[in-house]
Design a protein around this ligand. Structure first.
Ligand code: GDP
Length: 173
């Protein structure tokens, strides 16, 4: 199992669709409760993927934290990697920090994925990458040092990320 976690609208469903685009037999459907859910929501995609949606607004940390811990611990034995999605346009936000702290606290191996890289200029992207790399190397323990920068629109970076996932899971099915 691998887990994709990130704020609502960071591009989780789009990324998963892009990752699976060469395997059309895998049905990608991420049901979303529309609107104002304030809880962290878990979705299963196929057998091997879990998507965790973190609404940034009105996030009730204590309760959700408990839910999250429980779910993680249940899956932990076969949770190979957690992918934390960060929007390349806005960089690391408060909600992302909550997720980072959680990964650190539970010593989960996690990887930061920068999404929507087609939306920002090369200069802006480079600035974000350097900032996040500095943050990762100085402030984190469990984070994989390499960032993956992707676009679900141009498919930039998708192949590399797919290879990485195949490598950590042993396959992509
Ligand atoms: P989720 O809530 O994290 O599952 O986010 P979605 O995958 O639903 O994406 C949220 C919005 O961002 C949608 O309008 C997508 O079309 C858009 N989006 C997602 N990925 C990309 C990307 O790589 N590039 C661009 N330009 N837009 C994207």
């Amino acid at each position: 199992i691998v887990c994709f976690i990130g704020r609502s609208n960071v591009g989780k469903s789009s990324l998963i669709k892009a990752l699976f685009s060469l395997a059309p037999e895998v049905e990608v459907r991420i049901s979303k409760t529309p609107g104002h859910t304030k809880k962290m929501n878990f979705f299963k995609v196929g057998k091997h993927f879990t998507v965790v949606d973190m609404p940034g607004y009105g996030f009730r940390a204590p309760e959700d934290f408990a839910d999250m811990v429980e779910t993680y611990l249940k899956e932990r034995s076969n949770l190979r990697r957690t992918f934390l999605l960060v929007d390349s346009v806005v960089g690391i936000q408060k909600t992302d920090n909550i997720a980072i702290e959680m990964c650190e606290e539970f010593a989960l191996p996690y990887v930061i994925v920068l999404t929507k890289i087609d939306k920002s200029s090369k200069g802006h992207l480079l600035k974000q990458v350097l900032e996040i790399q500095k943050f990762v190397s100085t402030k984190t323990q469990g984070c994989f040092p390499q960032l993956f920068a992707v676009s679900a629109v141009t498919f930039s970076g998708i192949h590399l990320l797919r290879c990485f996932i195949a490598n950590v899971t042993g396959n992509l099915d």
